[in-house]
Design a protein around this ligand. Structure first.
Ligand SMILES: Cc1cc2nc3c(=O)[nH]c(=O)nc-3n(C[C@H](O)[C@H](O)[C@H](O)COP(=O)(O)OP(=O)(O)OC[C@H]3O[C@@H](n4cnc5c(N)ncnc54)[C@H](O)[C@@H]3O)c2cc1C
Length: 544
């Protein structure tokens, strides 16, 4: 008797190596000089793709963090309870280098090795990246207070996760978050109202008591946060505010509630009230925004890397699904319209990975060319990769048909995760304006970057025309250019991606990318028919 469930369902993608199936990533690691990390990345790739890791990632998001404001005796504890799988994922990210690799290992290529890990971690579980990457990003900021830094560095450099909620002095390792956004505005930090009042000085320098609120305060179980608050004398300043005061008493940072978020649900994000919370000054009084912005530059790279990871995961899941699922007598991957769509996704994944990994390789160096690239391309890559991840994860959900829209498969979580990278650490418009600010403040940097794009594109008229248009645009009056901020940023990124494809992709892939992205009729739903005669070849190349 034939069953009532003829089976055309697709087995879960599991026990695969996230790293070794990704030829674009592996080549980027080599190009960035991080071959020394290759064997470790092979190990990590297997760990991230293992069935047990996928199950832990799922559980960390299914069994969500729970706020416990009071102890059974009615004392404030402001404690967030997590499922053990959250700690599994946090510990894995930390062990694999997300919390500190580029500062523990001072070779510039450590940034490339770090980037590869973050990109893989994001494909499997992204909530845990929030506290882990913030901890890494706080390192250059904390160096502005040497005494504090000397005390914290061994705990920041430790690769073993220590989940205990105890004072800093007793911890093996710590995590550090950031508190900037208030109710009245997150982009315009000058509107902050939290106040800091001097309270003497101690071994870590000037001490203050902070009173006010933060409307978004992710990972409140971090052992400390870098917080913006205003002093009466000098205005906006940056403070290190630990969860526990050095004397072992609880610092009065009251968690009002946890945010009920669209995605990123494994990670707790909160609203907090500071009631004379104890903190120490980091950086000059009155220099809060420039001090903490270094942390944001660092995490903007992370957003570009993680979003490239989401795009890659959208592609990998789509390829796996369409190889196994059949319709109208063929595997879906072999239906010409689907092949076309998947090839377009493969180009998007390759160009996003190249952009993010190339950006990572410019970190950790004081060379003027690296500095120029970082200044201009960090906000640009953050803008673009994060936006494209929202579109691509939605498209990949549809590749799964109805199975994409249910929580029994991987696509719902990936789709819900994508938009947050575009919002936090500077939303889209703010990033586009930041690109223009970088041009206005450092015109020599902008010329250096555009000259480089011109050189690479010299034999490719369609890309050269874009590089020339960018040069023309930076000559426009500032007000006119401001209105075009998003258009300028899009052109800059596409031009940079086309140049990276010309340099590092196969001739077929770069021709398809340039042929489609600079075709006036290309749009997010059209596929790449203008760009190549053999889209299936691009798919074969995308999965080693
Ligand atoms: C899940 C989550 C976790 C977060 N965690 C933290 C955290 O740990 N610490 C923290 O400090 N913050 C955190 N944030 C806050 C986040 O950084 C802010 O939401 C973000 O910076 C935007 O600020 P806002 O929400 O106040 O929006 P607004 O500043 O009100 O901006 C709204 C919109 O206006 C646009 N806009 C702003 N200025 C301009 C302009 N001049 N021209 C044109 N458009 C403009 C923005 O691009 C945005 O699209 C978190 C946010 C989320 C969603």
């Amino acid at each position: 008797m034939p069953g009532t469930h003829p089976n055309n369902q697709v087995p879960e993608l599991k026990d695969y190596n996230v790293y070794t199936i990704d030829p674009v990533l592996r080549r980027a690691v080599e190009r960035g000089g991080a071959q020394w990390r290759d064997a470790e990345l092979v190990r990590q790739g297997a760990e991230y793709g293992a069935e047990a890791t996928l199950a832990a990632a799922d559980d960390a998001n299914r069994y969500e963090p729970e706020l416990q404001t009071l102890s059974p005796l009615g004392e404030r504890i402001d404690f967030v309870k997590f499922h053990p799988s959250w700690h599994t994922m946090i510990a894995m990210g930390r062990r694999n280098g997300i919390t500190n690799l580029p500062y523990v290992d001072e070779r510039p290529s450590a940034w490339t090795g770090y980037g590869a890990t973050l990109y893989m971690n994001a494909q499997i579980e992204s909530g845990s990246n929030c506290p882990n990457t913030m901890t890494k990003a706080c390192v250059p900021v904390l160096r502005n207070n040497q005494a504090l830094f000397d005390e914290l560095w061994p705990k920041l450099a430790n690769t073993e996760h220590d989940p205990r909620d105890i004072r800093l002095a007793d911890k093996k390792s710590i995590t550090v978050g950031m508190g900037m956004t208030e109710k009245q505005g997150g982009s315009d930090l000058r509107s902050n109202t939290t106040r800091a009042v001097p309270a003497g000085s101690g071994p870590w320098g000037d001490e203050f008591l902070l009173t006010g609120h933060k409307w978004f305060f992710s990972a409140p179980m971090c052992d400390g946060h870098l917080v913006l608050a205003k002093t009466d004398e000098h205005g906006s300043s940056c403070f290190f505010v630990p969860r526990w005061r050095p004397d072992g008493s609880k610092n009065p940072i009251h968690i009002q509630r946890l945010k009920d978020k669209v995605g990123n649900r494994s990670n707790s994000s909160s609203e907090v009230e500071f009631k004379e919370a104890w903190g120490v000054l980091v950086g000059g009084e009155g220099r809060g925004i420039p001090t903490i912005i270094e942390m944001a530059t660092n995490t903007r790279l992370d957003c570009a890397l993680a979003s490239a990871g989401y795009i890659r995961q959208a592609l990998v899941q789509s390829l796996h699904y369409t190889r196994h699922r059949h319709a109208f007598g063929k595997a879906l991957i072999d239906q010409p319209v689907m092949t076309e769509l998947l090839a377009d996704m493969a180009l998007e994944a390759e160009s996003a990975t190249l952009l993010a990994m190339d950006l990572a390789s410019h970190f950790g160096s004081d060379d003027p060319a690296d500095l120029a690239w970082r200044r201009l391309m960090t906000p640009a890559a953050k803008f673009w990769n994060c936006k494209r991840a929202v579109a691509l994860t939605g498209e990949a959900m549809e590749v799964f048909g109805g199975n994409g829209y249910v929580e029994t498969g991987p696509m719902g979580r990936l789709f819900r995760e994508a938009p947050v990278n575009s919002i936090w650490e500077g939303s889209g418009n703010v990033m586009a304006l930041d690109v223009l600010r970088a041009v206005a403040r450092n015109p020599d940097d902008a010329h250096r970057v555009l000259d480089h794009l011109h050189d690479v594109a010299s034999q490719e008229p369609r890309v050269l025309a874009q590089a020339t248009a960018l040069r023309d645009a930076i000559g426009l009056p500032p007000q006119e250019l401001e209105r075009q901020a998003r258009r300028f940023t899009q052109r800059l990124v596409l031009c940079a991606q086309a140049c990276l494809m010309l340099q590092h992709a196969s001739a077929a892939a770069s021709a398809a990318f340039i042929g489609s992205r600079f075709d006036p009729e290309w749009g997010p739903v059209t596929g790449i028919s203008a760009g190549t005669s053999d889209p299936a070849a691009l798919l074969r190349a995308a999965w080693a």
